[in-house]
Design a protein around this ligand. Sequence first.
Ligand code: NAP
Length: 412
Amino acid sequence: MSVSEVVLIKQHLIDPEVCIRCNTCEETCPVDAITHDDRNYVVNAEVCNACGACLSPCPTGSIDHWRVVARDKVFSLAEQFGWDELPTIEQAGATTADDSLATLVGGDDAPSQLNAAVSPASTQAPHSAATPQTNLHGVKNPIIATVAGNLRLSAEGASGDVRHIVLDFGSLPFPVLEGQSIGIIAPGTDANGRAHHPRMYSVASPRTGEREGYNNLSLTVKRVTESDAGEPIPGVCSNYVCDLHKGDTVQVTGPFGTSFLMPNHAGSNLLMVCTGTGSAPMRAMTEQRRRLRAAGQPVPGRLTLFFGARSPGELPYFGPLTKLPPDFIDTRLAFSRVPNQPREYVQDRMRQRAADVAELLRGDTFVYLCGLKGMEIGVLEALRDACASAGMDWPSVHQRLVDEGRFHVETY
Ligand code: NAP
């Protein structure tokens, strides 16, 4: 047997079909191996050390792709910038044929070691979560939904235009669980003449449908009119979605998400913290438990919600939320821009309820954070302080929550 040495590496790649271009991976990468152009996020194989720091913060799982390739044939940045989808394993072209001696840099078990990397959020779903369906439809085979409703949620005169969009799938199967997301492909092309990539939205309805028994779901979408820096920039997909009419058809991908899911076992409490349209998954989970209660079934555990918005008129689902009985859900709202009132954020409300928060963290509780990226630090500090005032050590509590699939974060 002739023996030629082929050095193989597991090249880290990002799935352009699923990536929502939220920049989390690029911000997280400790060695600056991730970069982007106006289309794709890509990984520089010459720089990436496969440390795995970027994996769990990724909200979609698009970051967690690997191809075994010969070290001298890695996919270049230019190639990755040009992709609309990942290359297949066959296209990656590496083999471990009998006549070659393959040396796998990083070892055979590299991906599993990476998945076990210490992370600030759980990559595992709660142990009693239902099994999610994922990636049933991609950009090549989107499912077509029909708009069944488009209702403005924000009050007239509010600065933000927030919409409750209902999509119906007719007789086509598209099962989703609370906490999962879907992609929407806006029609038309971008400045380079290429089809728009899908934008992700969290599902705001429970597994039984926005209208119970119907094959539909809802989304909470805010019209984007300016960039983070305040420049006027119309969001391609949010404007498309906010302008949809009943009867219009929409291209949908997904469902996505395998860990930001709710527990179903008796005694499981939910501690939900959200800002703005980050309330979508919290509404889905709350509605799932509200329906159990309405059907006379036992509600598995306590619900606690900290919810921040600029004003009551900007807070999605304000009316229905305030009608939920306090013995069903303990709700604390924080408003930041109400005239003549001090600015309040969710973390301020959490501090006011530190003893209750600490008691929840001691018990059988699952924590969910969703909304603005900026809220993360403040919320983590509030959790740390709540633990400290109850004589608990936040780093070890946090680690236990992460390890047990109890700490879920989706912020953009
Ligand atoms: P928003 O109206 O801009 O803000 C909501 C509230 O959060 C405001 O009161 C705001 O206060 C406050 N806030 C700002 N910075 C904060 C901080 N550092 N800590 C705590 N609170 C802070 O929110 P939005 O426009 O709806 O944005 C929601 C976010 O959720 C977006 O980033 C979106 O991408 C994300 N998201 C959406 C979905 C979905 O399905 N639609 C799903 C997941 C995540 P100020 O008065 O200071 O602005």
